[in-house]
Design a protein around this ligand. Structure first.
Ligand code: SF4
Length: 665
């Protein structure tokens, strides 16, 4: 049996606020966290946000009792009554509409074991309609990594970055978003001579340390990396030994590179020719190049954007920069357990350990352990499920997620959340979603629970409860295990006393997690796969023939630039802990664009959707301070996502910035 950690305020645990995974404990003043040395924060440092890791524990609006809503206000009830009610309502949906009328949404800030239980519960009831939001954040990147190398994850370890000659950061701002990792591994490397390249339309905290800043037009990252590959090719920077022994499809790729129109690519991407050549020379001359990417390369509706991960990987493969320390690809994940939630199989098309639900051998393997076989056809992802709420989806179990917050309109809330027969929400505090819930079950925060989380370098670390949740609140793990015992055909399928038992079960069904036990994770945690090394793919890739394929670059297509300035955002809309965004709402704009608009930098401006006829755009107009900044690319404006939220909810891509006087005051 895995050993329990007694809740103790001085217990060392892992910061639940981002995917770096720093170690901390509660300070003696009870309000502030104190850093402890861990693999991701070797100096015991915490960032501004991490220092406040215990804020959520003490929040005034903590939920402390289960509640059922029967029409009016929620009524506090006993756990027994609440769980009975959930079971009765879910069984009602199952009887009337079948298992695919139920949806299960997990969360990247819940533990791996909680996400594991949630997907097991969904599958035990006969549906693969289970997902978590993390999968969508880095979808194109992780799919590229999985399809072409083997695993949807960072290839190396953070400490490797000290060995890189060149670090390329694209579509990310790790100096602000993953600050302790940046300061512990990237900054010291740069101080020792590593060259830092930043590829981003907008300068930010990371740019300040960069030797070269390329500012492509938003949505042209794929083209920039294709151009860099072509220039590396010209500079004789292709590693022919690596390409010959470790990859396939190079001849086709080389032919495409020979024909690649470098001039046109530069023009369409709008990157400075000298800068691009300098980066290509750096890559060609370096022995070790690592790439760090964030959600900025995932793109949105812009044409060709989803191709960026393919182009980045082509560059790494052509230059022989995978499979050694100081090389590889770091996926700069945001939330604490984005990696672990997906590893646990809390996704509609993959079982634990990233095996396809269509893979019979994988299904048989989990069936042996679980005592039932999961359904074989892939379920719907979170976007599809939310769109079907109130229609085909009649009941939903939402664990630690708040679907009402992101890009949701009042109509959506009424039709979708309000249209469900039963909505059950596990939450630590009131959220935008809880008012729509039929049953709200009070849960524990990250520092009040045991289990594991997996950071952005695949390091599985143990959380240890530093105290008990308030009132009658319980960990999501305890709640899901109890629901499983009541809803599953055989209650023994959910017979867990402690998250460590679910972790040990995961090690038996998931190839990523084989070879270790919960107790063996130790104080420092371990990187998966546990039998291997920190650096993946030293000898071969985890593909059918052990080689990594090249992919042909997409054709160069100039995106049509409509009126207005392209909106670029950073951070997350839900980042309520980011003081600066909340207290200092600004829009950043290039001086030439500010001049063109006749903006007075001393006066507030109005930012609104470029489609001025759209009544909705009028309603989303924001009054902000303006910051004129030549670190912002011409033709774009930058805002924090929390500030830009009303625009993002409307999928606004281009905006106009006007002085208030032009609006008549
Ligand atoms: Fe917490 Fe991330 Fe800050 Fe570390 S970097 S203290 S994990 S928020």
């Amino acid at each position: 049996t895995p050993s329990e950690s007694a809740p103790d305020e001085q217990t060392e645990t892992v910061c639940p606020l981002c995917a770096v995974g720093c170690h901390l404990e509660r300070g003696t003043d009870r309000t502030r966290a104190v850093g402890r040395e861990g693999p991701a924060n070797p100096n015991g440092r915490l960032c501004r946000k991490g220092l406040r890791a215990f804020d959520a524990v003490a929040a005034d609006d903590r939920l402390t009792r289960p509640a059922i809503r029967r029409g009016g206000d929620p009524e506090p009830v006993s756990w027994e009554a609440a769980l009975d009610h959930v079971v009765e309502r879910f069984e009602g949906v199952l009887d009337a509409h079948g298992p695919d009328a139920l949806a299960f949404l997990g969360a990247p800030h819940c533990t791996t074991e909680e996400n594991y239980l949630l997907q097991k519960l969904a599958r035990s009831l006969g549906t693969n309609d289970v997902d978590n939001r993390a999968r969508l954040c880095h979808d194109a990147t992780t799919r590229t990594l999985a399809d072409r190398l083997g695993w949807p994850a960072t290839t190396n370890g953070l400490s490797d970055l000290r060995e890189a000659d060149v670090v390329v950061v694209a579509g990310a701002n790790p100096a602000a978003r993953q600050p302790v990792a940046f300061d512990s591994f990237v900054r010291p490397a740069v101080n020792d001579g590593t060259t830092l390249v930043h590829v981003d339309p907008v300068g930010n905290e990371t740019t300040r340390l960069a030797d070269v800043h390329l500012t492509p037009r938003p949505g042209t990252d794929a083209l920039v990396f294709d151009l860099l590959s072509a220039l590396v090719f010209d500079a004789d920077g292709v590693d022919s030994g690596f390409v010959g022994s470790r990859t396939r499809g190079y001849d086709d790729f080389a032919a495409a590179m020979a024909e690649f129109d470098r001039e046109r690519a530069r023009g369409v991407a709008g990157v400075d020719a000298d800068g691009a050549e300098r980066v290509a020379e750096l890559v060609a001359d370096a022995d070790r190049v690592a790439v760090l990417t964030g959600t900025g390369i995932e793109g949105g509706a812009a044409a060709g954007d989803a191709a960026a991960p393919d182009s980045i990987l082509n560059l790494l493969l052509a230059s022989g920069n995978v499979g050694r320390p100081g090389t590889g690809w770091f996926v700069l994940r945001g939330l604490v357990n984005e990696q672990g939630a997906t590893d646990a199989g809390c996704v509609p098309d993959r079982l634990p350990g990233h095996r396809a639900v269509t893979d019979e051998t994988a299904r048989a393997r989990v069936a042996d352990e679980w005592g039932f076989e999961p359904p074989s056809s892939p379920g719907r992802d979170a976007r599809e499920l939310l769109a079907a709420f109130g229609d085909e989806i009649r009941g939903a179990l939402v664990v630690g997620e708040d679907p009402a917050t992101s890009k949701r309109t009042t109509e959506w809330l009424g039709d979708r959340l309000g249209g469900l027969d039963v909505l059950v929400v596990l939450e630590v505090a009131e959220s935008d979603t809880t008012p729509y819930a039929d049953v709200v079950l009070p849960a524990a925060t990250g520092v009040e629970k045991d289990g594991t989380v997996t950071n952005l370098e695949r390091r599985v670390q143990r959380l240890r409860a530093t105290g008990s949740p308030p009132g009658e609140a319980r960990s999501d793990f305890a709640i899901l295990a109890e629901l499983g015992r009541r809803l599953a055909d055989d209650e023994r399928q959910f017979d867990y006393d402690h998250p460590g038992e679910a972790f040990d079960e995961l090690t038996r069904v998931a190839p990523t997690h084989a070879g270790v036990s919960y107790d063996e994770l130790g104080a420092e945690g371990r990187q998966w796969p546990f039998g291997g090394e920190s650096v993946l793919y030293r000898e071969a890739f985890d593909t059918d023939d052990g080689r990594a394929p090249f992919r042909r670059p997409r054709p160069i297509v100039a995106s049509e630039r409509g009126d207005g300035l392209r909106l670029v955002t950073g951070g997350r809309a839900s980042d309520f802990l980011d003081d600066r965004a909340a207290n200092d709402p600004v829009v950043r704009i290039h001086p030439a664009d500010a001049d063109e608009q006749g903006l007075n930098p001393e006066a507030p401006v109005v930012v609104r959707a470029a489609e001025r006829d759209d009544e909705a755009a009028e309603r989303t107009a924001l009054e902000l301070a303006v910051q004129v900044d030549d670190g912002v690319r011409r033709g774009t404006v930058y805002m924090h996502a929390a500030v830009a939220d009303p625009l993002l909810r409307r999928d606004v891509e281009t905006v106009v910035v006007e002085s208030q006087s032009s609006l008549g005051g």
